[in-house]
Design a binder for this molecule. Structure first.
Ligand SMILES: [Ca+2]
Length: 432
Protein backbone atom coordinates (compact mmCIF):
# COMPACT_ATOMS: atom_id res chain seq x y z
CA UNK A 1 0.00 0.00 0.00
CA UNK A 2 2.73 2.37 1.08
CA UNK A 3 4.67 1.55 -2.06
CA UNK A 4 1.75 2.14 -4.41
CA UNK A 5 1.04 5.52 -2.79
CA UNK A 6 4.67 6.45 -3.31
CA UNK A 7 4.53 5.36 -6.95
CA UNK A 8 1.32 7.37 -7.56
CA UNK A 9 2.88 10.41 -5.88
CA UNK A 10 6.01 10.09 -8.03
CA UNK A 11 3.93 9.79 -11.19
CA UNK A 12 1.94 12.85 -10.16
CA UNK A 13 5.14 14.85 -9.65
CA UNK A 14 6.53 13.60 -12.96
CA UNK A 15 3.36 14.64 -14.80
CA UNK A 16 3.42 18.03 -13.07
CA UNK A 17 7.06 18.57 -14.07
CA UNK A 18 6.48 17.51 -17.66
CA UNK A 19 3.48 19.81 -18.02
CA UNK A 20 5.46 22.84 -16.85
CA UNK A 21 6.29 25.36 -19.59
CA UNK A 22 9.81 25.86 -20.87
CA UNK A 23 11.49 29.16 -20.10
CA UNK A 24 13.39 31.13 -22.72
CA UNK A 25 15.10 33.96 -20.84
CA UNK A 26 16.89 36.50 -23.04
CA UNK A 27 18.99 39.25 -21.47
CA UNK A 28 20.72 42.04 -23.35
CA UNK A 29 23.47 44.26 -22.01
CA UNK A 30 23.12 48.04 -21.54
CA UNK A 31 19.98 48.45 -23.66
CA UNK A 32 17.86 51.43 -22.67
CA UNK A 33 14.14 51.76 -23.27
CA UNK A 34 14.98 54.02 -26.21
CA UNK A 35 16.47 51.08 -28.13
CA UNK A 36 13.15 49.33 -28.70
CA UNK A 37 10.58 50.46 -31.26
CA UNK A 38 7.63 49.07 -29.32
CA UNK A 39 8.54 51.33 -26.39
CA UNK A 40 7.76 54.40 -28.50
CA UNK A 41 10.88 54.88 -30.61
CA UNK A 42 9.86 54.49 -34.26
CA UNK A 43 13.41 54.93 -35.59
CA UNK A 44 14.40 51.59 -34.05
CA UNK A 45 14.37 48.43 -36.17
CA UNK A 46 13.44 45.70 -33.68
CA UNK A 47 10.65 43.65 -35.32
CA UNK A 48 11.16 40.48 -33.30
CA UNK A 49 11.24 42.21 -29.93
CA UNK A 50 8.28 44.36 -30.99
CA UNK A 51 6.33 41.19 -31.77
CA UNK A 52 7.19 39.83 -28.34
CA UNK A 53 5.86 43.05 -26.80
CA UNK A 54 2.63 42.55 -28.79
CA UNK A 55 2.26 39.03 -27.45
CA UNK A 56 3.25 39.67 -23.85
CA UNK A 57 3.24 42.09 -20.93
CA UNK A 58 5.87 44.81 -21.04
CA UNK A 59 7.10 47.24 -18.41
CA UNK A 60 8.29 50.68 -19.47
CA UNK A 61 9.44 51.74 -15.99
CA UNK A 62 11.46 48.74 -14.79
CA UNK A 63 14.49 49.74 -12.73
CA UNK A 64 17.86 48.33 -11.83
CA UNK A 65 18.33 49.15 -8.13
CA UNK A 66 21.87 50.37 -8.64
CA UNK A 67 25.48 49.36 -8.24
CA UNK A 68 28.24 49.13 -5.69
CA UNK A 69 30.96 50.04 -8.22
CA UNK A 70 31.05 51.61 -11.69
CA UNK A 71 30.57 48.12 -13.17
CA UNK A 72 26.78 48.21 -13.18
CA UNK A 73 26.30 44.89 -14.98
CA UNK A 74 27.60 42.82 -12.06
CA UNK A 75 25.18 43.92 -9.32
CA UNK A 76 22.23 43.87 -11.71
CA UNK A 77 22.92 40.26 -12.66
CA UNK A 78 23.85 39.17 -9.14
CA UNK A 79 20.55 40.61 -7.87
CA UNK A 80 18.71 38.84 -10.68
CA UNK A 81 20.21 35.40 -10.08
CA UNK A 82 20.08 35.41 -6.28
CA UNK A 83 17.02 37.59 -5.67
CA UNK A 84 18.60 39.80 -3.03
CA UNK A 85 18.67 43.59 -2.87
CA UNK A 86 21.76 45.56 -3.78
CA UNK A 87 23.75 45.63 -0.55
CA UNK A 88 23.03 42.00 0.35
CA UNK A 89 24.00 40.97 -3.16
CA UNK A 90 27.32 42.68 -2.68
CA UNK A 91 28.08 40.26 0.18
CA UNK A 92 27.48 37.16 -1.97
CA UNK A 93 30.54 35.07 -2.75
CA UNK A 94 31.27 31.52 -3.89
CA UNK A 95 30.88 30.07 -0.40
CA UNK A 96 27.84 31.86 0.99
CA UNK A 97 25.77 32.16 -2.21
CA UNK A 98 22.20 30.97 -1.75
CA UNK A 99 20.45 28.81 -4.35
CA UNK A 100 20.31 30.71 -7.61
CA UNK A 101 17.39 30.99 -10.04
CA UNK A 102 18.59 28.15 -12.31
CA UNK A 103 19.32 25.93 -9.31
CA UNK A 104 15.83 26.46 -7.91
CA UNK A 105 14.37 25.63 -11.32
CA UNK A 106 16.58 22.55 -11.58
CA UNK A 107 15.29 21.30 -8.23
CA UNK A 108 11.84 21.57 -9.76
CA UNK A 109 12.59 19.42 -12.75
CA UNK A 110 14.08 21.88 -15.21
CA UNK A 111 17.03 21.15 -17.49
CA UNK A 112 19.15 24.31 -17.43
CA UNK A 113 21.44 25.73 -20.08
CA UNK A 114 23.05 29.10 -20.72
CA UNK A 115 25.03 30.72 -23.48
CA UNK A 116 26.58 34.18 -23.68
CA UNK A 117 27.70 36.76 -21.16
CA UNK A 118 28.28 35.78 -17.56
CA UNK A 119 29.01 38.63 -15.18
CA UNK A 120 27.65 37.94 -11.71
CA UNK A 121 29.13 37.29 -8.30
CA UNK A 122 28.51 34.08 -6.38
CA UNK A 123 29.05 30.59 -7.68
CA UNK A 124 30.82 29.90 -11.00
CA UNK A 125 28.41 29.68 -13.91
CA UNK A 126 29.23 26.01 -14.54
CA UNK A 127 27.87 25.20 -11.09
CA UNK A 128 24.62 27.06 -11.71
CA UNK A 129 23.59 25.39 -14.97
CA UNK A 130 23.51 21.75 -16.12
CA UNK A 131 25.31 22.76 -19.28
CA UNK A 132 26.80 25.93 -20.68
CA UNK A 133 27.65 26.99 -24.22
CA UNK A 134 30.24 29.64 -25.06
CA UNK A 135 30.53 31.76 -21.94
CA UNK A 136 31.48 35.33 -22.77
CA UNK A 137 33.16 37.81 -20.42
CA UNK A 138 31.56 40.99 -19.14
CA UNK A 139 33.78 43.08 -21.37
CA UNK A 140 34.68 41.69 -24.78
CA UNK A 141 37.90 42.79 -26.44
CA UNK A 142 36.19 42.38 -29.80
CA UNK A 143 32.88 41.00 -31.07
CA UNK A 144 34.73 39.51 -34.01
CA UNK A 145 36.26 36.12 -33.16
CA UNK A 146 37.58 33.15 -35.15
CA UNK A 147 34.15 31.57 -34.78
CA UNK A 148 32.27 34.66 -35.95
CA UNK A 149 30.53 37.64 -34.36
CA UNK A 150 29.68 37.00 -30.70
CA UNK A 151 26.04 38.02 -31.22
CA UNK A 152 25.75 35.33 -33.90
CA UNK A 153 27.52 32.72 -31.74
CA UNK A 154 25.20 33.32 -28.79
CA UNK A 155 22.11 33.24 -31.02
CA UNK A 156 23.20 30.11 -32.87
CA UNK A 157 23.96 28.20 -29.68
CA UNK A 158 20.49 28.97 -28.36
CA UNK A 159 18.97 27.76 -31.64
CA UNK A 160 21.05 24.54 -31.49
CA UNK A 161 19.95 23.89 -27.92
CA UNK A 162 16.29 24.13 -28.91
CA UNK A 163 16.74 22.03 -32.06
CA UNK A 164 18.58 19.25 -30.23
CA UNK A 165 16.54 19.16 -27.04
CA UNK A 166 14.96 15.72 -26.66
CA UNK A 167 13.95 15.35 -23.01
CA UNK A 168 10.38 15.27 -21.70
CA UNK A 169 11.33 17.67 -18.93
CA UNK A 170 10.94 21.43 -19.39
CA UNK A 171 14.03 23.56 -19.90
CA UNK A 172 15.35 26.89 -18.68
CA UNK A 173 17.34 28.43 -21.52
CA UNK A 174 19.23 31.59 -20.51
CA UNK A 175 20.55 33.53 -23.50
CA UNK A 176 22.71 36.47 -22.50
CA UNK A 177 23.71 38.67 -25.41
CA UNK A 178 26.72 40.94 -24.87
CA UNK A 179 25.08 43.40 -27.28
CA UNK A 180 24.79 46.35 -27.31
CA UNK A 181 27.57 46.78 -24.70
CA UNK A 182 30.90 48.25 -25.86
CA UNK A 183 32.97 47.64 -27.94
CA UNK A 184 30.13 48.59 -30.29
CA UNK A 185 31.01 46.61 -33.40
CA UNK A 186 28.71 45.20 -36.00
CA UNK A 187 28.26 44.93 -39.74
CA UNK A 188 27.80 47.91 -42.05
CA UNK A 189 24.34 46.73 -43.10
CA UNK A 190 23.09 47.46 -39.60
CA UNK A 191 24.80 50.84 -39.44
CA UNK A 192 23.13 51.78 -42.71
CA UNK A 193 19.71 51.46 -41.05
CA UNK A 194 20.57 54.43 -38.84
CA UNK A 195 22.03 57.36 -40.80
CA UNK A 196 23.98 59.41 -38.26
CA UNK A 197 22.38 62.72 -39.19
CA UNK A 198 18.88 61.31 -38.81
CA UNK A 199 19.34 60.00 -35.27
CA UNK A 200 16.73 61.63 -33.02
CA UNK A 201 17.95 62.96 -29.68
CA UNK A 202 15.72 63.32 -26.63
CA UNK A 203 15.20 66.84 -25.24
CA UNK A 204 17.53 66.32 -22.29
CA UNK A 205 20.63 65.70 -24.40
CA UNK A 206 23.18 68.43 -23.84
CA UNK A 207 26.94 68.62 -24.20
CA UNK A 208 27.69 69.54 -20.59
CA UNK A 209 26.30 68.23 -17.30
CA UNK A 210 23.09 69.66 -15.89
CA UNK A 211 24.56 69.13 -12.46
CA UNK A 212 28.34 69.62 -12.18
CA UNK A 213 28.55 66.81 -9.61
CA UNK A 214 27.46 64.34 -12.23
CA UNK A 215 30.49 65.20 -14.32
CA UNK A 216 32.60 63.76 -11.54
CA UNK A 217 30.64 60.56 -11.59
CA UNK A 218 32.31 58.45 -14.22
CA UNK A 219 31.01 60.21 -17.27
CA UNK A 220 33.17 61.65 -19.98
CA UNK A 221 31.01 64.69 -20.64
CA UNK A 222 31.14 67.24 -22.13
CA UNK A 223 30.63 65.59 -25.46
CA UNK A 224 29.47 66.93 -28.78
CA UNK A 225 25.93 66.20 -29.93
CA UNK A 226 27.43 64.62 -33.04
CA UNK A 227 29.38 62.09 -30.98
CA UNK A 228 26.19 61.25 -29.08
CA UNK A 229 24.52 60.55 -32.41
CA UNK A 230 27.44 58.35 -33.44
CA UNK A 231 27.18 56.28 -30.28
CA UNK A 232 23.45 55.90 -30.74
CA UNK A 233 23.99 54.78 -34.32
CA UNK A 234 26.42 52.07 -33.16
CA UNK A 235 24.18 51.08 -30.27
CA UNK A 236 21.05 50.85 -32.41
CA UNK A 237 22.86 48.82 -35.07
CA UNK A 238 24.02 46.36 -32.39
CA UNK A 239 20.45 46.04 -31.12
CA UNK A 240 19.04 45.34 -34.59
CA UNK A 241 21.71 42.69 -35.16
CA UNK A 242 20.70 41.06 -31.87
CA UNK A 243 17.02 41.35 -32.75
CA UNK A 244 17.65 39.26 -35.89
CA UNK A 245 19.26 36.51 -33.80
CA UNK A 246 16.32 36.66 -31.38
CA UNK A 247 14.12 36.12 -34.44
CA UNK A 248 16.14 32.96 -35.22
CA UNK A 249 15.59 31.68 -31.69
CA UNK A 250 11.84 32.34 -31.84
CA UNK A 251 11.68 30.59 -35.21
CA UNK A 252 13.45 27.52 -33.81
CA UNK A 253 11.10 27.53 -30.84
CA UNK A 254 8.07 27.59 -33.13
CA UNK A 255 9.54 24.79 -35.26
CA UNK A 256 10.02 22.69 -32.12
CA UNK A 257 6.29 22.87 -31.43
CA UNK A 258 6.90 24.31 -27.95
CA UNK A 259 6.25 28.00 -28.62
CA UNK A 260 2.84 28.15 -26.97
CA UNK A 261 4.04 26.29 -23.89
CA UNK A 262 7.10 28.45 -23.30
CA UNK A 263 7.47 31.47 -21.05
CA UNK A 264 9.59 34.05 -22.83
CA UNK A 265 11.33 36.79 -20.86
CA UNK A 266 13.28 39.60 -22.41
CA UNK A 267 15.11 42.20 -20.35
CA UNK A 268 18.28 44.22 -20.24
CA UNK A 269 20.45 44.49 -17.12
CA UNK A 270 20.07 48.30 -17.04
CA UNK A 271 20.02 51.17 -19.50
CA UNK A 272 22.56 53.70 -20.70
CA UNK A 273 22.76 57.42 -21.33
CA UNK A 274 23.98 58.98 -24.53
CA UNK A 275 24.10 62.62 -23.53
CA UNK A 276 20.90 62.89 -21.45
CA UNK A 277 21.58 65.57 -18.85
CA UNK A 278 25.11 65.64 -20.18
CA UNK A 279 25.86 62.10 -19.03
CA UNK A 280 27.56 59.59 -21.30
CA UNK A 281 27.54 56.11 -19.82
CA UNK A 282 25.54 54.25 -17.21
CA UNK A 283 26.92 55.40 -13.88
CA UNK A 284 24.19 57.80 -12.86
CA UNK A 285 20.63 57.60 -11.59
CA UNK A 286 18.85 59.39 -14.44
CA UNK A 287 16.04 57.41 -16.04
CA UNK A 288 17.78 56.37 -19.30
CA UNK A 289 20.51 54.64 -17.26
CA UNK A 290 18.47 53.02 -14.51
CA UNK A 291 15.51 51.76 -16.55
CA UNK A 292 15.51 49.06 -19.22
CA UNK A 293 12.97 47.02 -21.16
CA UNK A 294 11.24 44.12 -19.45
CA UNK A 295 8.86 41.86 -21.39
CA UNK A 296 7.15 38.68 -20.20
CA UNK A 297 5.13 36.45 -22.49
CA UNK A 298 3.57 33.52 -20.72
CA UNK A 299 0.60 31.19 -21.10
CA UNK A 300 -2.33 32.81 -19.30
CA UNK A 301 -0.90 36.33 -19.21
CA UNK A 302 -2.48 39.17 -21.22
CA UNK A 303 -1.20 39.91 -24.71
CA UNK A 304 0.02 43.35 -25.68
CA UNK A 305 -0.35 44.86 -22.21
CA UNK A 306 2.10 47.69 -21.58
CA UNK A 307 2.46 48.91 -18.01
CA UNK A 308 4.11 52.05 -16.70
CA UNK A 309 4.12 50.89 -13.08
CA UNK A 310 7.49 51.38 -11.44
CA UNK A 311 8.97 47.97 -10.69
CA UNK A 312 12.39 46.38 -10.47
CA UNK A 313 13.83 44.39 -13.36
CA UNK A 314 14.80 41.67 -10.89
CA UNK A 315 11.14 41.20 -9.92
CA UNK A 316 11.07 38.83 -12.86
CA UNK A 317 12.61 36.00 -10.78
CA UNK A 318 9.75 35.71 -8.22
CA UNK A 319 7.31 36.33 -11.08
CA UNK A 320 8.59 33.23 -12.85
CA UNK A 321 8.32 31.15 -9.69
CA UNK A 322 4.75 32.30 -9.08
CA UNK A 323 3.80 31.56 -12.69
CA UNK A 324 5.19 28.04 -12.24
CA UNK A 325 3.66 27.44 -8.82
CA UNK A 326 7.09 26.98 -7.27
CA UNK A 327 7.55 28.02 -3.66
CA UNK A 328 9.69 31.15 -3.25
CA UNK A 329 12.97 30.67 -1.40
CA UNK A 330 12.91 32.57 1.90
CA UNK A 331 15.79 34.86 0.96
CA UNK A 332 14.04 36.18 -2.14
CA UNK A 333 13.11 39.81 -1.51
CA UNK A 334 12.06 41.00 -4.95
CA UNK A 335 8.32 40.86 -5.61
CA UNK A 336 6.26 38.95 -8.12
CA UNK A 337 4.74 41.14 -10.82
CA UNK A 338 1.60 39.03 -11.16
CA UNK A 339 -0.48 41.27 -8.83
CA UNK A 340 0.50 44.35 -10.89
CA UNK A 341 -0.26 42.52 -14.14
CA UNK A 342 -3.54 40.98 -13.06
CA UNK A 343 -5.09 43.52 -10.71
CA UNK A 344 -3.06 46.70 -11.21
CA UNK A 345 -2.05 46.61 -7.56
CA UNK A 346 1.57 47.65 -7.07
CA UNK A 347 2.50 46.87 -3.49
CA UNK A 348 5.67 48.93 -3.70
CA UNK A 349 5.06 52.55 -2.80
CA UNK A 350 8.46 53.77 -3.91
CA UNK A 351 11.60 52.82 -5.81
CA UNK A 352 14.99 53.13 -4.15
CA UNK A 353 18.11 53.62 -6.26
CA UNK A 354 21.73 53.69 -5.14
CA UNK A 355 25.13 54.16 -6.71
CA UNK A 356 27.92 53.31 -4.25
CA UNK A 357 28.55 56.32 -2.01
CA UNK A 358 28.13 58.84 -4.86
CA UNK A 359 24.38 59.01 -5.46
CA UNK A 360 21.04 58.00 -4.00
CA UNK A 361 17.54 58.43 -5.37
CA UNK A 362 13.98 57.73 -4.37
CA UNK A 363 10.91 57.80 -6.60
CA UNK A 364 7.41 57.95 -5.17
CA UNK A 365 4.52 58.51 -7.55
CA UNK A 366 6.06 60.81 -10.13
CA UNK A 367 8.36 62.61 -7.68
CA UNK A 368 12.02 61.70 -7.99
CA UNK A 369 14.68 62.97 -5.63
CA UNK A 370 18.35 62.46 -6.49
CA UNK A 371 20.85 63.16 -3.78
CA UNK A 372 24.61 63.64 -4.18
CA UNK A 373 25.89 62.84 -0.68
CA UNK A 374 29.41 64.16 -1.21
CA UNK A 375 28.33 67.64 -2.28
CA UNK A 376 24.91 67.66 -0.64
CA UNK A 377 23.27 68.66 -3.92
CA UNK A 378 19.69 67.61 -4.50
CA UNK A 379 17.70 67.24 -7.70
CA UNK A 380 13.91 66.98 -7.68
CA UNK A 381 11.97 66.02 -10.80
CA UNK A 382 8.34 65.49 -11.68
CA UNK A 383 8.58 62.44 -13.95
CA UNK A 384 4.94 62.80 -14.98
CA UNK A 385 5.40 66.26 -16.49
CA UNK A 386 9.10 66.05 -17.14
CA UNK A 387 10.04 62.43 -17.96
CA UNK A 388 13.45 63.49 -19.31
CA UNK A 389 14.44 65.21 -16.05
CA UNK A 390 15.22 68.60 -17.56
CA UNK A 391 13.86 70.88 -14.81
CA UNK A 392 15.23 70.62 -11.29
CA UNK A 393 12.41 71.71 -8.98
CA UNK A 394 14.50 71.85 -5.83
CA UNK A 395 14.14 75.62 -5.37
CA UNK A 396 10.36 75.61 -5.85
CA UNK A 397 8.14 76.40 -2.90
CA UNK A 398 6.35 73.05 -3.02
CA UNK A 399 9.66 71.18 -2.93
CA UNK A 400 10.08 71.22 0.85
CA UNK A 401 7.01 69.11 1.61
CA UNK A 402 7.78 66.63 -1.15
CA UNK A 403 11.36 66.23 0.00
CA UNK A 404 10.25 65.51 3.57
CA UNK A 405 8.00 62.72 2.36
CA UNK A 406 10.61 61.31 -0.01
CA UNK A 407 13.38 61.37 2.59
CA UNK A 408 11.17 59.56 5.05
CA UNK A 409 10.54 56.78 2.51
CA UNK A 410 14.23 56.76 1.66
CA UNK A 411 15.11 56.06 5.28
CA UNK A 412 12.74 53.08 5.34
CA UNK A 413 14.48 51.69 2.28
CA UNK A 414 17.86 52.23 3.92
CA UNK A 415 16.73 50.04 6.79
CA UNK A 416 15.26 47.38 4.49
CA UNK A 417 18.33 47.18 2.29
CA UNK A 418 21.06 47.68 4.89
CA UNK A 419 22.25 50.90 3.25
CA UNK A 420 24.91 52.18 5.63
CA UNK A 421 25.36 55.60 4.07
CA UNK A 422 24.89 58.39 6.60
CA UNK A 423 22.53 61.15 5.58
CA UNK A 424 24.55 64.31 5.21
CA UNK A 425 23.53 67.60 6.84
CA UNK A 426 21.93 68.67 3.57
CA UNK A 427 19.27 66.00 4.05
CA UNK A 428 19.01 66.03 7.80
CA UNK A 429 17.18 69.34 7.74
CA UNK A 430 14.36 67.52 5.95
CA UNK A 431 14.08 64.82 8.59
CA UNK A 432 11.25 64.96 11.05
CA1 LIG B 1 25.27 45.93 -18.51
Amino acid sequence: MQRSITVIFCLFILNWIQAQPNILFIESDDQSNQALQAFGYPNMVTPNLDQLVKEGVSFTAAYNMGCWSPAVCVPSRTMLFYGKYLWDSQKINKKNAPRSMPEVLKENGYATYMTGKWHAWGKPVVQLFDNVGSVQPGQLKSYYTEDGHVTDITGQEAVSFIENYDSENPYFLYVAFNAPHVPRQTNEDYYDLYPEDEIPLPPSVRPGPLNPNVAYNYTNAPMSLQSMKKRRQQNNAMVTHMDERIGDIIKALKASGDYENTIIVFMSDHGISFGENGVAGKVCLYEPSVTAPLVIKAPGLPEGKQLGDRVYLQDVYPTLLELLGIRQPEYLVFESLLPVIKTGQNSRKSIYLAMFDDQRAIISGDDKLIWHPKSGDLELYDLGRDPWETTNLIERKAAQQKIESLVSQFQTWQQQTGDQLTLSPSLEKYLR
